[in-house]
Design a protein around this ligand. Sequence first.
Ligand SMILES: Nc1ncnc2c1ncn2[C@@H]1O[C@H](COP(=O)(O)OP(=O)(O)OP(=O)(O)O)[C@@H](O)[C@H]1O
Ligand SMILES: [Mg+2]
Length: 387
Amino acid sequence: MVGAGQLARMTHQAAIALGQSLRMLAESADDAAAMVGSDVQVGDYRSLSDLRDFAASCDVLTFDHEHVPGEHLRALAADGVTVLPSANALRFAQNKADMRRRLAELKLAAPAWRDLSAVADPRAELADFAAGTGWPLVLKAISGGYDGKGVWVVESMADAEPLLASGTPLLAEAKVELDFEIAAVVARSPFGQGAAWTPVETVQQNGICTEVIAPAPRLSAEQAETAQQLALRIAAELDVVGVLAVELFVERGGGLLVNELAMRPHNSGHWGMDGAVTGQFEQHLRAVLDYPLGATTPLAPVTVMANILGAPEAPEMSMDERLHHLFARLPEARVHLYGKGERPKRKIGHVNILGDDVAVVREKAERAAHWMSHAVWTDGWDPHNEH
Ligand SMILES: Nc1ncnc2c1ncn2[C@@H]1O[C@H](COP(=O)(O)OP(=O)(O)OP(=O)(O)O)[C@@H](O)[C@H]1O
Ligand SMILES: [Mg+2]
């Protein structure tokens, strides 16, 4: 696996159970997965020679992030390395303009958009686009964005000016009047088998996913089915191997618009580690190793995943002590910590809670995640005053 962040760390866990060993190309020896893996090479994923060196002893090369240059992946494939997903598939997760063009060819609904990167006069192009959509609209970095970095809501040409002047290749999108957001996560094997989890609702704050609810409570059975079919179709059409997450907007009228694609385990699939028969990390491995895929059946009526996001100021209480208190209060909490340093808004872990009632499970998951990052109970609970 190229990259050794939390996704590699959790893939490593799944690899252990399958009797496989996950080799990782880490940026640094203290990356989340590098600290726990036994077969870690520190190197630069932008360097073809580092990649060649790394891939030489791998059966299959796969990814914890989308940043490996496509030309390097093509060179590795030409050397005989099995790269999954392939460079041709991965392109649609690396480049939002290529993704929008390809989905338009497949006639899949998406927000109105315009590529500002390949035109002589981006300002005139944006003005022309805005004449159709109105303001505000959304500007996005065509590649390299994550957690809302690289996404800007702009109110006017004047507001857009600094971004246009920055030289970052951009696309413009209509700002969708969205009701809520969902993700349809699926997996596909080289054999062509597909498997879909129940679509989930993803809750975002300032462009960062904070919470995932499985199954998406506000989605009708028909919409859920449509979303799964759409994601399986995209996986097949784009020849994706591994996990594919399709992020979708649900419009006020109920329509589904594709936001973006990720071709790797994704934050919206973390719930399944505890809440489904087969979680996404094992499924990704099964897919890239061309095993039959695992059942995606949920293990409870509701699973909520809440991200533990670094507090504005890290609490004095140690993580170990916070965990101790959490387990004392909420023995049902399933905690996954990434071993990462605490920084504001950084994803440092997540909590999964299973149950029957969405409101109850959400409240527990949110409270648990907040406790883990802030060492504060949002309901003022104090163990020393509890009788
Ligand atoms: N066209 C749009 N209309 C309305 N809201 C949008 C639009 N595009 C993006 N957003 C909001 O911004 C969030 C982040 O956008 P997007 O998923 O494209 O960026 P990203 O930073 O690449 O995300 P990720 O963290 O998933 O990689 C979306 O989840 C959504 O809440
Ligand atoms: Mg996104």
